[in-house]
Design a protein around this ligand. Structure first.
Ligand code: GCB
Length: 598
């Protein structure tokens, strides 16, 4: 039972939050799922953990139960909530009761998850609603109305964050495998037929310079209904632009085009968002949508027809002070606020789709976004089932965020090792992304061939991406920062070049001369040398997103003095304090910003 087609913009729909305190059972042996012969338990098995553990007589045996103090807060990773969970990877059962919300005659109910890492099996009142894999994208299941009781509905989610070689990501990553129901969960109530998804954008096919000159902008869009219908209409309204259009429904999908004057385009300097509403069958969906055009022309990235330089910074979805996953608007404000403080106009949301609060806030704050799926390092590229899993995550990422003007780049992976099989796999992801969305650039973070004379970026995947993105660590992984002085760069493709990572580790508060590894001075020196080198880059150089905004947890980082389980390449430490290199990058970005039109 796979998840139903994704419902977008759940914030604007009638809903009941199921966030809060849930009971849990820690189940490393998956006893609640498999019987002692290691067969999946049958639905009615009283020992299955999806069934309420009731005993009618005191002689009856039960070996599970849900009660305090075994509780976890949702949303949230489990690792940060109790020491028992710090290193835990495996199954945890979440349980809570809820009462049926008020429902109109034909209303339908969906159970919506912002994200669960990694595999979720969902049960209501002993019946399985379905299963979902993928730790960073939303999904929903319809709840049959006759399954809902007025009181005390017994909701159980089996969450399993074990790593596997044939999943996405695979077993080896440089980040912490936070488990749990990490994002919001809610019941979403819809009319019998409803708008499932919609896309409203500046027509990607329109020439933007002509549009600006003639003051005639084309907005195109489409609406997908849950079911085909032959009556009724969808109304699109953009009050500020005087738009109120009624589109009769025939079938399950409709498309529209509008021509408008005096449209204020979205950009980092003027992140103009319009109130847009779509009404169908008594349901009104409200959104804030920006209109902009992103494209490349030869070696340049153009935003609204003008060259734009990406002053980026990479971010993990993690709040270092809490050693936890970020999941709220306040968390997004902290992370994106830091990026703004750095004079950045762009963020690379690494290495998986971040929560919706992040991309919605980026829209408001005027930050361009790179959003990516966790196709990271050594995926099982020869395996078709793995490709399907990567595509599923790609589709969910794009469906959720299609209407976010801030997102300008979809990335299909990071540092995947070159081979024909891998390039075929990645090309297939690029084709899928393009078929789903022709209004954005597609990229992937590649590796570089270091060479004393000239560093070459010639990964064959570069032939298929819109911009060539490369991670480089000259002076950290190999050599010292002064190597940058003689380094030269060459790209095999006539496309914009984006440095998708560069960075060095420093333990905050550790001061020494600049040649001492892990000192703030080393990191500062690294940034100084890198920036001097970047200033000499060939004219295809279109932006950089150093690694990384803040220190983040990684089980691979085990130096007892300097790392202690943290990747220390943050410009900000785990207390939220800025390291010296922060100001170096900030000054570089400040200089570029001064001369930039947008
Ligand atoms: C990389 C990876 C990133 C790592 C980083 C590092 O190239 O893309 O996930 O965390 O280097 O710190 O080594």
């Amino acid at each position: 039972m796979a998840a139903d087609r994704l419902i977008v913009n759940t914030d604007s729909r009638e809903s009941v939050s199921l966030n809060g305190t849930w009971h849990y059972i820690l189940d490393p042996y998956e006893t609640g799922f498999y019987n002692y012969r290691y067969k999946e338990r049958s639905e009615g098995d009283p020992e299955a953990y999806w069934n309420r553990p009731v005993t009618k007589h005191r002689s009856e045996r039960r070996e599970h139960g849900y009660r305090a103090p075994y509780t976890l807060e949702v949303p949230g990773d489990w690792n940060s909530q109790d020491d028992t969970f710090t290193y835990y990877e495996g199954t945890v059962w979440y349980q809570r009761d809820f009462d049926r919300p008020q429902l109109g005659k034909n209303q339908r109910v969906f159970l919506y998850f912002g994200a669960v890492n990694y595999e979720a099996h969902v049960y209501l009142n002993g019946k399985k609603l379905g299963m979902h894999k993928g730790g960073f994208t939303p999904f929903n299941f319809e709840v049959p109305r006759d399954l809902l009781k007025e009181k005390d509905n017994f909701l159980v989610v089996k969450v399993d964050n074990k790593r596997h070689p044939d999943e996405i990501p695979t077993i080896n990553t440089d980040w912490w495998n936070y488990g749990g129901i990490t994002r919001d969960i809610k019941l979403v109530m819809t009319p019998d037929n409803f708008i499932q998804q919609y896309e409203i954008e500046l027509d990607p096919a329109q020439d933007i310079l002509t549009a600006k000159q003639e003051n005639r902008f084309r907005i195109s869009g489409n609406v997908t209904l849950d079911k085909a219908a032959s009556s009724g209409a969808v109304t699109l309204a953009i009050p500020e632009l005087g738009v109120e259009q009624r589109y009769p429904v025939t079938g399950s999908r409709l498309e529209f085009d509008l021509e408008l004057e005096d449209l204020q385009l979205w950009s980092p300097k003027t992140p103009k968002l319009y109130n847009v509403s779509l009404t169908y069958n008594s349901e009104e969906l409200a959104d804030n949508i920006g209109f902009r055009k992103i494209e490349t022309s030869g070696k340049k990235i153009l935003l609204n027809g003008e060259p734009v330089f990406l002053r980026g910074i990479a971010i993990h979805e993690e709040i270092p002070q809490g050693v936890r996953r970020a999941h709220s608007e306040a968390d997004a404000e902290q992370l994106l606020g830091w990026a703004k403080d750095l004079n950045a106009n762009m963020v690379r949301l690494a290495h998986y789709p971040h929560n919706e609060q992040m991309t919605r806030l980026a829209d408001k704050m005027g930050l361009l976004v790179w959003s990516e799926i966790p196709v990271y390092w050594t995926i099982d590229f020869g395996n078709d089932a793995v490709l399907d899993k990567a595509k599923a995550q790609l589709k969910e990422m794009i469906a959720r965020d299609h209407n976010r003007a801030s997102i300008v780049i979809w990335s299909v992976g990071n540092e995947t090792p070159v081979s024909p099989v891998r390039t075929g796999f990645m090309k297939s992801l690029i084709d899928t992304a393009r078929s789903l969305d022709d209004s954005r650039l597609i990229s992937a973070a590649l590796e570089v061939h270091y060479n004393p004379e000239t560093n070459r970026v010639d990964d064959p995947l570069g032939a298929y991406t819109d911009i060539v993105s490369v991670n480089e660590y000259l002076g950290w992984y190999g050599g010292t920062p002064d190597m940058c002085r003689t380094a030269n760069w060459e790209v095999a493709y006539d496309k914009p070049l984006f440095i998708s990572e560069t960075g060095a580790g420093a333990k905050s508060g550790f001061h020494a001369d600049r040649e001492t590894r892990w000192s703030e001075e080393y990191q500062q020196w690294y940034y100084e040398e890198q920036i001097k080198m970047l200033k000499r880059m060939p004219d295809n150089y279109s932006g950089v997103a150093p690694w990384i905004l803040a220190d983040f947890r990684s089980p691979k980082r085990n130096h007892p003095l300097y790392q202690q389980g943290w990747n220390r390449k943050g410009l900000i430490d785990e207390q939220g304090h800025k390291k010296k290199a922060f100001d170096v990058l900030k000054a570089y970005y400040g200089e570029i910003e001064k001369d930039a039109d947008q």
